[in-house]
Design a protein around this ligand. Sequence first.
Ligand code: MTE
Ligand code: MO
Length: 263
Amino acid sequence: MAKFQISRRKFLTTASLGVSGIVLSGCDAFDSQLGTGAALRSFLESANNLTWRAQRLLAGHDALAPEFTEADIRQPQRPNGVTAPDDDFYKGLLASDFADWRLEVSGLVEKPLSLTREQLMNMPSRTQITRHDCVEGWSCIAKWTGTRLSLVLDEAVVKPQARYVMFHCLDTIDRSLSGDIKYYGSIDLIDARHPQTILAYGLNGQPLPVENGAPLRVRVERQLGYKMPKYLYKIELIDSFANLGGGKGGYWEDNGYDWYGGI
Ligand SMILES: Nc1nc2c(c(=O)[nH]1)N[C@H]1C(S)=C(S)[C@@H](COP(=O)(O)O)O[C@H]1N2
Ligand SMILES: [Mo]
């Protein structure tokens, strides 16, 4: 991925939303404060219990998640979930440095797309230093570079009846008797068009590593880590997710997590 370039865009700084007032510098900064019953934990849990609608009312559609500075990046992004897909198809793509990988955009669009990594990287990029909060109770600040999802959606021309963006991934997250399940997840079009929602191919100034989702992963900065699929290969515009998987909109949602994982 010789063409990767570090964007020189200015970083936005805002502390207007999120767990404001709590300064975190590394991935483990949360841990000591997250024992059961700890004040921070119950604060986070109640914040997470705010409904999707309530967060939208309080924060507005386009309110930005806090952004940080280079100095706040203290360690590599902690890999979590699947970190080395053992799917043959993925391994084949990786072996040729993703030359044959494509991002497919399909479903309720006027113009289905099939984009190479190069085409995505040639679109205007956005770089943001943000904090990743995992539902398991750790956080990590890192610098992400990618293409705004809204630019890709504009290119595909979303049909008016579309309501959600479904992300399909290349990694098998679960092997059950009824078959292998690949990671998947969805967001609505408001979050999809949010200025900080990007399809990231760069992490901390380097090509996105395999453990963090190479060649492409989603960043949805106002939600928890499980809402940001790695190993992305297909974006599907849909009007309902009732008939996909367990019907709750994503792998973790089908296993009990909230569909709106607001922070
Ligand atoms: N495809 C895929 N995406 C995924 C996961 C996964 O297992 N597979 N795990 C999720 C969870 S729970 C978290 S916290 C983040 C971890 O991203 P990281 O490995 O870059 O820290 O990815 C999310 N996206
Ligand atoms: Mo997570």
